[in-house]
Design a protein around this ligand. Structure first.
Ligand code: CU
Length: 254
């Protein structure tokens, strides 16, 4: 029985317990935390189910048994029932705080900086080092969505701002999301390490067109990234489309 459950846990581990595959250096931290939590939860579960099963068979009622000894107000057991869950919760808190600190650490040694503005109901991406931008419109049609280009294996710093309500910048394949809050700039850094096109969305219900607040992320080679910057420049999409909005918000100006 325990062996079957342990086998199931091992099998689940091979598939990251249903988690999508991460595409950044940092996503390995999230995946490891997710897997570790499941393994720990199953270890507790297997022990608990095993004890329940054992107790209900070994101590089942037999004919003529008297009323068993009652264990009300048994201090050692009460203490164990209190201390054990607290220790388990503290362990979860320890790993959560440790990994969150690592995932949100900003070291300012990025290769590219992208100022992301989430607005009702789309996104703009300002590539600060190239002074060009892309601005989207709400849509469910893939070809109409704004595309965020990122160079592979290079660290990108995102600065998230909003001129209106709270949004949330979510690329599921990053295994990470961060809220976009009016009046402040939220910053995080990732290093995408896999080429491809990935979905992005708003993860905070923000109004009538929330579901159409989609975008795509293209992780490309450096040369293709630079070519795209030139394309945006040729289209005349230069300057910060959000000049004022984000920076005013950062200073608390409405
Ligand atoms: Cu939104």
């Amino acid at each position: 029985m325990g062996a079957i459950l342990a086998g199931l846990v091992w099998w689940g581990y091979q598939y990251d317990f249903g988690f999508p595959e991460g595409i950044t250096e940092q996503s390995a931290i999230t995946a490891h935390f997710w897997n570790g939590t499941w393994v720990a939860a199953f270890a507790v579960g297997i022990l608990t189910w095993g004890l329940m099963l054992y107790a209900s068979i070994a101590y089942r009622r037999r004919h003529g048994d008297p009323m068993p000894r009652q264990l009300r107000y048994n201090i050692p057991i009460e203490v164990m029932y209190t201390v054990t869950p607290i220790a388990m919760v503290l362990a979860i808190v320890f790993f959560t705080v440790r990994d969150e600190a690592e995932l949100t650490r900003v070291s300012n040694d990025q290769a590219e900086t992208v100022d992301v503005t989430g607005f009702r109901w789309s996104w703009s991406f300002y590539y600060a080092d190239h002074d060009v931008y892309e601005i989207g419109q709400p849509s469910l049609v893939d070809e109409d969505l704004p595309v965020l280009y990122l160079p592979v294996n290079e660290k990108v710093q995102f600065n998230l701002g909003s001129p209106d309500v709270i949004h949330s910048f979510w690329v599921p394949a990053f295994l990470f999301k961060m809220d976009v809050v009016p009046g402040r700039i939220n910053t995080f850094e990732v290093t995408p390490n896999e080429l491809g096109t990935f979905a992005g969305k708003c993860a905070e219900l923000c109004g009538v067109d929330h579901s159409r607040m989609l975008f795509n992320v293209k992780v490309v080679e450096r040369a293709e990234f630079d070519a795209h910057m030139d394309e945006l420049r040729a289209l005349g999409q230069t300057g910060d489309p959000d000049a004022g909005r984000i920076s005013d918000a950062a200073q608390g100006v409405e």
